[in-house]
Design a protein around this ligand. Sequence first.
Ligand code: ATP
Ligand code: MG
Ligand code: MG
Length: 374
Amino acid sequence: MANPSTPPVIASWALASLVECSSTATPSTSQAPFKDPAKIRELAASSSVLTVEIEHIDTKVLEEIDAEGVQITGPDGAATTKKVSIHPSWRTLRLVQDKFDQKEYLSSQGIPVADQISIKTGSDAIMESSLKEASDKFGFPWMLKSRKDSYDGRGNLKISGPTDFELAVKDFGSLSCYAERWVPFECELAVMVVRTEDAEGNTKRVIPFPVVETIHEDNVCSKVFYPPRGVAPEVAQKAREVGSSVVAKLWGRGVFAVEMFVTSKGDVLVNEIGPRPHNSGHLSIEAVPYMSQFKAQLTAILDEPFPEGTRSFCGLKKAKSMFSRKISVYPHLYGKESKPGRKIGHITLTGSCSIAELESYAQPLIALADSMRK
Ligand code: ATP
Ligand code: MG
Ligand code: MG
């Protein structure tokens, strides 16, 4: 922290609100769109650290605040400039906001990703010929993706044949989009990774959490398993290394999710980065002793020390003795208004039994959640 005697005020952006809290004062909340530069400046003026929980923030204003600080009125009424620390960096957010640029960058850094090409829009005819070009290059199926503002699969369309072109033009014609080669993956893995940096912004520490298996239904992450089922330890280790090398190439402090595909040959391809606490890391609350992804995020953005010599965080498997054999169930509700397709909570189950046993124990809960969704 710039001034250790001042209690840090941390602000983070929620989905449609600006949330502010202080370690000493009563938490206060102010609501505004997260792309509203004036409100972001206002939030910065009352904060010492800014962080995010969604990446689609206006990065131009973050870049300006990072370079110039924000104007505040001092106790004597005079205007002064205040430095505000922004983590992760606006550079990372800007890169990640554009999924095409994100993967071009990763590829340029030697990280394995699926092939992609840009899709031209402008008129129906231009787009159709670009869709055809992508189909010739990749064969069917392939994935059409919006470059920006996508999450939970809103912005992805599987193109299985020319009959999908009409829908593609209708839904993506006004967007900036790209084509991605279909990855016939065996499974999907994800890893949360902490990044810290020195005063010059060079990577200081990169500490991965355990690798988890993620299941997506309709492009939305619905289940997370730790340890990953049926994944060879060396593949999980490779995923951990790939995830760590991705995060070492980013900017700013914090936790970052790296989503990956595992092919039948055991190759690991990076799908995308979530530059923030992520649904694949929620189980760390119960499954990673002393270091949930949220604690890691606070520790990193406040530049507090992580335990010396810790090269990775271990999951329950290595700490079985702490837990009894019985299955524990932890429901988490986020206090969000319910809307179709919106994630409003999750349930974690732990137990030193087999994953299959846990899964069958969870079945009535899964059925209940499914029935509420429909
Ligand atoms: P998130 O909520 O994770 O940000 P998103 O909207 O950015 O999701 P992606 O991560 O691009 O979407 O894709 C969602 C899911 O769709 C993936 O986890 C995977 O199951 C499937 N998917 C995405 N790209 C491909 C691909 N190239 N080949 C096969 N399946 C894919
Ligand atoms: Mg995404
Ligand atoms: Mg994703």
